[in-house]
Design a protein around this ligand. Structure first.
Ligand code: NAP
Ligand code: ZN
Ligand code: ZN
Length: 332
């Protein structure tokens, strides 16, 4: 059987129709017939080899929804026909200290679904049954897809920070991750400020739950936030951003620009500020996020495109013209 999708064949290349022979399934693997796949800025970083670790041909796509079509010999956790989500992490060793404590997403031996494996911009994908997620029945597949990466990535630090209603949070960058971060932070009850370079996003940022909307270009008041979550894909003046934190506040990075930030250490030391970062979410946080999103009715604002328009989607995301997540329909 051939799997048909779209692949980049070289760094910064446009995506071309690409097919590969379905390999035999390993014992815990499943064949997933995809229906939807979100377009994340990490797909752009991978296509362009921004992180110097892309493998070509590269079929991007790691916000995947589909149904189980075939199971490996040891698969017990899912049944043929189940609707499931597939995210960034394809597998991990499941036996190191990090995996044993649940942190499979930072295992040194983790593999990723769309780099070194073929991802979700295709009619099928091979996943590991131990790293797929049931989708709550109240969330339709097109709106579920962006939760698998964007939703999980912004929910995880809020969970780790134990975000509460007395906290003042800023979300920088109101894109795919950022517009969900505003919704999640508001659902935790926090006071949410959206910080953006796009004045046209103000009304929508407020509809997502932000009480304030600030432009990165204006003079921003120092010492006002407990938590700043950066979802920006570009490098900023991080010393200016740090100054916005209250004493003991945390600047948390999920956005992954190529940055060699030059931090003024005195802005950290005297006020006891903290800089942290995180990559996607572990499996239990993923399930918790999906349940939280279903209960709080958190929904990405999406634009549905057929997969044949994949290059149009990539171009619009690169030029910040997406409101707020493109989701490709992958079934023909
Ligand atoms: P996105 O939809 O393109 O959103 C990024 C937002 O950043 C844009 O909408 C824009 O918001 C802002 N921005 C873009 N260029 C900018 C610039 N030059 N200066 C200032 N702001 C700029 O991307 P995304 O899918 O949300 O992903 C965002 C970042 O998170 C990417 O670097 C991606 O690789 C990373 N990511 C990390 C993880 C993880 O596990 N840590 C997971 C997923 C994604 P405004 O218009 O509001 O300014
Ligand atoms: Zn992603
Ligand atoms: Zn491990």
């Amino acid at each position: 059987m051939k799997i048909h999708g779209y692949a980049a064949l070289k760094p910064k290349g446009s995506l071309c129709p690409f097919s590969y022979e379905k390999p035999p399934l390993a014992p815990f693997e499943i064949l997933v017939k995809t229906t939807h796949c979100g377009l994340c800025h990490s797909d752009i970083h991978l296509i362009d080899n921004d992180w110097n670790r892309s493998n070509y041909p590269l079929i991007p796509g790691h916000e995947i929804i589909g149904t189980v079509e075939e199971k490996g010999s040891e698969v017990e956790s899912v049944e043929i026909g189940d609707r499931i989500g597939v995210s960034w992490i394809k597998s991990s060793c499941l036996s190191c200290d990090l995996c044993l404590s649940g942190d499979t997403n930072i295992c040194a031996q983790k593999t990723t679904i769309c780099n070194g494996h073929f991802g979700g911009f295709a009619d099928h994908v091979i996943a590991d049954s131990r790293f797929v997620f049931p989708i709550p029945s109240t969330i339709d597949s097109a709106h579920a897809a962006p939760l698998l990466c964007a939703g999980a990535t912004v929910y995880a630090p809020m969970h780790r920070f134990n975000l509460q209603s007395h906290h003042s949070v800023a979300i920088i960058g109101i894109g795919g991750l950022g517009h969900l971060a505003v919704q999640f932070a508001a659902a935790f009850g926090a006071k949410v400020t959206a910080i953006s370079t796009s004045p046209s996003k103000e009304a929508e940022a407020k509809s997502f739950g932000a009480t304030e909307f600030l432009s990165l270009n204006e003079n921003l008041r120092e010492n006002q936030f407990d938590l700043i979550l950066s979802t920006v894909s570009a490098d900023l003046d991080w010393n200016q951003i740090l100054s916005l934190l209250k004493p003991k506040g945390t600047l948390h990075f999920v956005g992954r620009p190529k940055s060699t930030a030059n931090i003024d250490l005195s802005a950290l030391i005297s006020p006891h500020r903290v800089i942290t970062g995180s990559s996607t979410a572990n499996r239990s946080t993923m399930n918790e996020m999906l349940a939280f999103a279903a209960r709080k009715n958190i929904q990405p604002k999406i634009e549905l495109l057929p997969l044949s328009k994949v290059n149009e989607g990539v171009e619009r995301l690169k030029t910040n013209r997406v409101r707020y997540r493109i989701v490709f329909q992958t079934s023909c």
